[in-house]
Write a protein that binds this ligand. Structure first.
Ligand SMILES: Nc1nc2c(c(=O)[nH]1)N[C@H]1C(S)=C(S)[C@@H](COP(=O)(O)O)O[C@H]1N2
Ligand SMILES: [Mo]
Length: 313
């Protein structure tokens, strides 16, 4: 890869982003009628979908290309809207994400409620290119915008009794029709041990490809914990509490022997109903091996020293 002239490896997303940028400009400057008149069979354009912006790199640190923006925003797990991945984008488009408050409390010295705009102002956004590995054995490489969760935790100052962080998604069955499905214990809850939450890889994300999160990806703010299965990365967060006891997540409550608290990506520990040894990277043919801790072992293995990862799944 390093020896190929850079002119030959302009990846498709850069090409696509330029093309979409021009389409976007056209949409701004022309009426829909004029656009279709000059389109001559061009694909129809959804003017609501923003243009993915250039990213800091074209691949993750392992050299694998970023997943296309279009795939990231159209293949989603967000059970508050639908259990069908292809329906989520459409069904979530009217989610009211502004104003949006997040309260941070529990065992902290400085509880506070912040609007998402305050959050973004207080904590400068960085780009983080991470693999996302769903427990269902598909994966993507996503260029997130966000800030370390540790920065927020340091601001609220957890007390010495705080051992876990508990996160909660919005509960609003009128906006989130999937919450009328009482197979699950709404609202969606997730949790991390406090030392996991303080690891620099754990971020609160507010964007993808330089654009604010779309509702389907967990707007306006969601957790991203790249060494754990995707279901730990809870979307559309309204509440963060520091607590003493291990939180019971929605998935632990639904199927405790299938979805544990830790949910660390581990190719050696199979799901009771399927293998976790390999995965399908969205946009690629064939399968690739799943990496221990999703390829982040160097950064996070210390968190599990002395723990049997098969027992604490
Ligand atoms: N609130 C909430 N958060 C959620 C989910 C969900 O259904 N509800 N699905 C999880 C699962 S299973 C995965 S794989 C990721 C998917 O994130 P993405 O759609 O942005 O790729 O979100 C996670 N966060
Ligand atoms: Mo998932």
């Amino acid at each position: 890869m390093k020896n190929i002239p850079s002119s030959e490896i302009t990846p498709e997303h850069i090409y696509l982003s330029r093309r979409k940028f021009m389409v976007g400009l056209g949409a701004l400057l022309a009426t829909p009628l004029a656009l279709s008149a000059c389109g001559g069979g061009a694909p129809s354009v959804n003017a609501d979908v923003p243009t993915p912006l250039p990213t800091s790199a074209e691949s993750d640190e392992l050299g694998d290309p970023l997943t296309e923006y279009q795939a990231i925003i159209s293949y989603n797990n967000f059970y508050e809207f639908s259990t069908g991945k292809e329906d989520v984008a459409r069904l979530s488009q009217n989610l009211q994400t502004s104003p949006w408050e997040v309260s941070i409390g529990g065992l902290v010295r400085n509880p506070m409620t912040l609007d998402v705009d305050d959050l973004r102002e207080q904590f400068p956004e960085e780009e983080r290119i991470y693999r996302l590995r769903c427990v269902e054995a598909w994966s993507m490489v996503i260029p997130w915008l966000g800030f370390p969760l540790s920065a927020l935790l340091n601001l609220v100052e957890p007390t010495s009794d705080a051992r876990y962080v508990r996160f909660e998604t919005l509960y609003d069955p009128e906006q989130m029709p999937g919450q009328n499905n009482n197979v699950y214990n709404w609202p969606y809850v997730e949790g991390l041990r406090i030392d996991e939450a303080m690891n620099d890889l754990a971020i609160l994300a507010t964007g993808i490809y330089g654009q604010p999160l779309r509702p389907q990806n967990g707007a306006p703010v969601r957790l991203v914990v790249p060494w754990k299965y995707g279901f730990k990365s809870i979307k559309s967060i309204v509440k963060i509490d520091l607590v003493e006891a291990m939180p019971v997540s929605l998935w632990m409550a639904a199927a405790p022997h299938e979805y544990g608290f830790y949910a660390n990506v581990n190719p050696n520990v199979n799901h009771p109903r399927w293998s976790q040894a390999s995965e399908r990277r969205v946009g690629e043919l064939g399968r690739r091996d799943t990496l221990m801790l999703n390829g982040y072992a160097e950064d996070v293995a210390y968190l599990y020293d002395g723990m049997d990862l098969a027992e604490f799944f």
